[in-house]
Ligand binder design. Structure first.
Ligand SMILES: C[S@@+](CC[C@H](N)C(=O)[O-])C[C@H]1O[C@@H](n2cnc3c(N)ncnc32)[C@H](O)[C@@H]1O
Length: 276
């Protein structure tokens, strides 16, 4: 289970919210891999990255190796192929999951949801996969619903997920790509929002948070202008168990917290297709 060392207060509109301060993974007593053995350049160019495996279509992916225990349990529980496939279907995706902090926190909050981190840096994605395996070893029966793939979500997201498959999509502290010439490398753009609307089910939620105000405004403007998304009202955010984890659940969020930086939260809902 994730350890907490206190809390801090954030404001959402007029409301205040207590968010937990997590103990960083490197301080936990665990057989998990050490981050220092998986270091890699902080940034990559998602438009110009080397070729690596991506499925041609979602049905080509065999997820058994990622969620072995879940598959075994689903197979023991029922012979109905549809029910089995439902039990192991990925519903949450953390895009640019970094070292996997969010997945680890969410795993116990939603033990019946299957979650995937997508990370473009190979060493970092390897670390997250190894971290999930170690957590399962250290805590039998837990963390069976989380795993990670190396993927360039900007290029290949619809090859991993079917239309309307996802309930939640996360973009936490995405790379800011400050220069105007590099804005097309940003993970939230009008074109990519159409893909996110495709993989999210109606009512599905897209969570974003950043410590870069200009990027927060960029994401807010793009999502507000998109016909397939509407802003989730503050009254819902303050009761959503996911929201506190967005601030401090990830390694980047913990860094921002240590530096007492500001954060900019934007959460949008995938609405019904107005032309359907
Ligand atoms: C600033 S880090 C944030 C990591 C994590 N979400 C957190 O809050 O700690 C951004 C991450 O996104 C990854 N990333 C950038 N572009 C990506 C892409 N197109 N597909 C998948 N991951 C990507 C980077 O490698 C990096 O690990």
């Amino acid at each position: 289970m994730s350890r907490v060392r206190g809390s801090k207060t954030v404001t959402i509109g007029d409301a205040t919210l207590e968010v937990p301060s997590f103990v960083s993974a490197s301080n936990e007593r665990t057989t998990a891999p050490r981050k220092k053995h998986f270091r890699q350049r902080a940034h990559c160019n998602p438009l110009n990255d080397g070729q690596f495996y991506a499925p041609v279509m979602p049905s080509e992916m065999d997820w058994r190796g990622h969620y072995e225990e879940l598959y075994a349990r689903a197979e023991a529980a029922t012979e109905d192929a549809r029910a089995r496939s439902e039990a192991v279907k990925i519903r949450f995706a953390d895009v640019g999951c970094g070292f996997g902090g969010l997945l680890v926190r969410l795993s116990g909050v939603f033990p019946n949801k299957v979650m995937l981190g997508m990370e473009i840096r190979d060493k970092v994605s390897e670390y997250v996969r190894a971290r999930c395996v170690a957590l399962r070893r250290d805590h039998p029966g837990e963390y069976e619903n989380i795993s990670c793939v190396r993927a360039n979500a900007m290029k290949n997201l619809p090859q991993y997920f079917e239309k309307g498959q996802l309930e939640k999509l996360f973009f936490l502290f995405p790379d800011p790509h400050f220069k105007a010439a590099n804005h097309r490398r940003r993970i939230v753009t009008t074109t990519l929002l159409a893909e996110y609307a495709y993989v999210l089910q109606e009512g599905g939620i897209l969570y974003t948070i950043t410590d870069v105000e200009e990027l927060g405004t960029w994401m807010s403007d793009h999502m507000s202008a998109h016909p397939m998304f509407e802003r989730v009202p503050e009254s819902e955010l303050t009761i959503d168990p996911v929201v506190p984890l967005l601030y401090t659940g990830t390694e980047e969020g913990q860094k921002v917290e240590r530096n007492s930086g500001s954060t900019f939260l934007n959460v949008f809902r995938r609405v019904r297709n107005p032309h359907a």
